[in-house]
Design a protein around this ligand. Structure first.
Ligand SMILES: O=P(O)(O)OC[C@@H](O)[C@@H](O)c1c[nH]c2ccccc12
Length: 264
């Protein structure tokens, strides 16, 4: 499965990266950073559903999604159009991303930034904070029951929030003991790459009563109707990449997703 291939590569990548920059060095530079921004607070402060707009050049299943790709310009449009946060893919090998995109975007927006990568090692949590991330993604399927809480606690200690991603009820059972603030439900099946918004609907029903955390529906969200549908099932925010990246007029698409069509 693709996730196994990605994780094998990621382990190698982190091993090499650790030889180039030490954890001690990163710890020292943390003190100079401004505090991380809270996505939970940003979502609390808005009446409508929150949009986490993703900067995504490509993916393993689709190849290059947006050839004319300028992450800084895209971030400016997202910021000016009402996104609640920006997600930035930093994985190079499979998602055509870069840490440099995150650093560049940090300079042009005050929105919370989610570092979207395969975080499997504490070293990457420090690195994320140093790059300017406010939140990190933790994928339940990529982490065992020892590493998941360890990375979660470390991120919290560094002032960041975690978006904990699940795809099934079994995974929910594994993560529900954490002090979750943001629970991501990935509509994409990583074996088949198919997306099905009912993944969110089905899991939402089970999670809603037992948890006071924000629910973020991720992947395969194509238009304003999809967002309305998810909202009607109690979702607090949506994470959208591809359908924004395929648009010429990104601002218009953000407004459509947020249900403000015609406002601009
Ligand atoms: O491009 P989409 O279908 O709108 O999906 C965005 C986002 O959910 C997706 O990029 C994603 C969700 N979880 C991930 C984990 C790793 C890499 C990527 C992802």
């Amino acid at each position: 499965m693709i996730l196994d291939r990605i994780l094998t590569e990621k382990k190698q990548e982190v091993k090499l990266a650790k030889t180039l920059k030490s954890m001690t060095e990163m710890k020292q530079s943390l003190a100079a950073l401004p505090p991380a921004r809270s996505l939970v607070k940003a979502l609390d402060n808005r009446p409508a559903i929150g949009l986490i707009a993703e900067i995504k050049k490509g993916s393993p299943s689709k190849g290059i999604i947006r050839a004319d790709f300028d992450p800084v310009e895209i971030a400016k449009v997202y910021t000016a159009s009402g996104a609640a946060a920006i997600s930035i893919l930093t994985d190079e090998k499979f998602f055509f991303g870069s840490s440099a995109y995150l650093q560049a975007v940090r300079k042009v927006t005050d929105l919370p930034l989610l570092r979207k990568d395969f975080i499997i090692d504490p070293w990457q949590v420090y690195e994320s904070r140093c790059l300017g991330a406010d939140l990190i993604l933790l994928i339940a399927a990529a982490l065992d029951d020892k590493m998941l809480p360890e990375l979660f606690d470390l991120a919290t200690e560094l002032g960041m929030e975690c978006l904990v991603e699940i795809h099934s009820e079994e995974e929910y059972e594994r993560v529900k003991g954490l002090p979750l603030h943001l629970l991501g439900i990935n509509n994409r099946d990583l074996q088949t790459f198919q997306t099905d918004l009912n993944t969110t609907v089905n899991l939402c029903g089970k999670i809603r009563d037992s948890k006071g955390c924000k629910i973020v529906s991720e992947s395969g969200i194509k238009n304003g109707n999809d967002v309305k549908f998810l909202k009607s099932h109690g979702v607090d925010a949506v994470l959208v990449g591809e359908s924004l990246m395929r648009e010429k007029d990104i601002r218009q698409k953000v407004l459509e997703l947020l249900g403000w069509e015609g406002v601009a």
